[in-house]
Design a protein around this ligand. Structure first.
Ligand code: ADP
Length: 271
């Protein structure tokens, strides 16, 4: 069955994770950067309104500085993110430019999107950029975001950030590109007989359970954070497709309404 609602989507948020942008050896996945820039520029030309939420500042920073592993000290991680974010945007800017597409950068923290006045400012800036056919590239401001008891500035992960961005601009669809091609009924890296779940309309405790089983990383990222993002989207009548970022061309097929990945479809809006 076709996903008819998706074929009408116009305003799209695409989220890519570090595992999509970097190769297992820590080097840049240049074909991914290139295809992503091509696909999103092409969609923009065709009248889609596109926003990219991209992780990767620390990964790209480690690569830039020739470091093989992430230091434990938070100030050092922040310094690496600060180096990497510039390099990440440099890569995007150059790739998008090849296709005649202008991009921009927004670095957000949780307090900015939850405080009403600054939240309104972010919404206005994003809408102005979309009106100017510019593709905003958004990341958490990793160099300054920290969790403090009385002042929470971190989103925690970009899955949540991308869901919040989708809500801020009332996106028709969030496309979450991951290192896995969808949600499975059990962790496919452990169980050979795991089956993909093509459609989901509610996040039940049982569903959360299958994502937090053995093999998952707890707390940061992993499938659990994607399901938490989906839960937030459902509360806001927003939709998401979770699929593999291995080849970003897949975005074209997702938007054609093909049965790809896992479709988290909220109840119809009454409009
Ligand atoms: P990304 O880096 O792309 O954001 P993550 O690596 O954080 O993605 O999360 C995806 C991983 O979650 C999968 O590679 C898989 O190892 C794990 N996982 C655990 N349970 C499941 C499940 N039920 N279905 C799919 N993936 C699962």
């Amino acid at each position: 069955m076709m996903r008819k609602k998706i074929t009408k989507a116009k305003r799209i948020v695409v989220k890519v994770g570090t595992s999509t942008l970097l190769l297992p050896n820590g080097k840049l996945n240049l074909s991914c950067f290139d295809r992503l820039a091509f696909v999103l520029s092409d969609l923009n030309n065709r009248g889609y309104e596109v926003i990219l939420v991209s992780s990767g500042a620390i990964g790209v920073g480690l690569n830039e500085l020739g470091l093989s592993s992430r230091p434990k000290e938070i100030p050092k991680q922040q310094a690496i993110a600060s180096v990497g974010q510039v390099q990440l945007m440099n890569l995007y800017t150059n790739q998008f430019k090849l296709y005649g597409q202008i991009t921009s950068q927004l670095l957000l923290t949780q307090d900015v999107t939850s405080f009403p006045e600054s939240r309104e400012n972010v919404i206005n800036a994003l809408n102005a950029l979309i009106d100017m056919q510019i593709i905003p590239i958004i990341n958490e401001n990793d160099s300054v975001a920290l969790d403090e008891l009385d002042h929470e500035t971190r989103f925690g992960d970009n899955d949540k950030l991308s869901a919040i961005v989708a809500q801020l601009i009332s996106a028709d669809l969030l496309i979450m590109l991951s290192d896995i091609d969808g949600l499975y009924d059990k962790n496919p890296n452990i169980y050979d007989d795991a089956k993909i779940i093509p459609n989901l309309r509610v996040i039940t405790p049982e569903i959360l359970q299958i994502a937090s089983g053995a093999g998952s990383r707890f707390g940061t990222g992993g499938m659990t954070s994607k399901l938490k993002a989906a839960e937030f989207l459902f509360e806001n009548q927003l939709d998401m497709v979770l699929t593999s970022g291995k080849n970003p061309d897949i975005i074209f097929d997702v938007l054609k309404g093909k049965n790809i990945g896992t479709y988290f479809e909220s109840e119809e809006k009454d409009d």
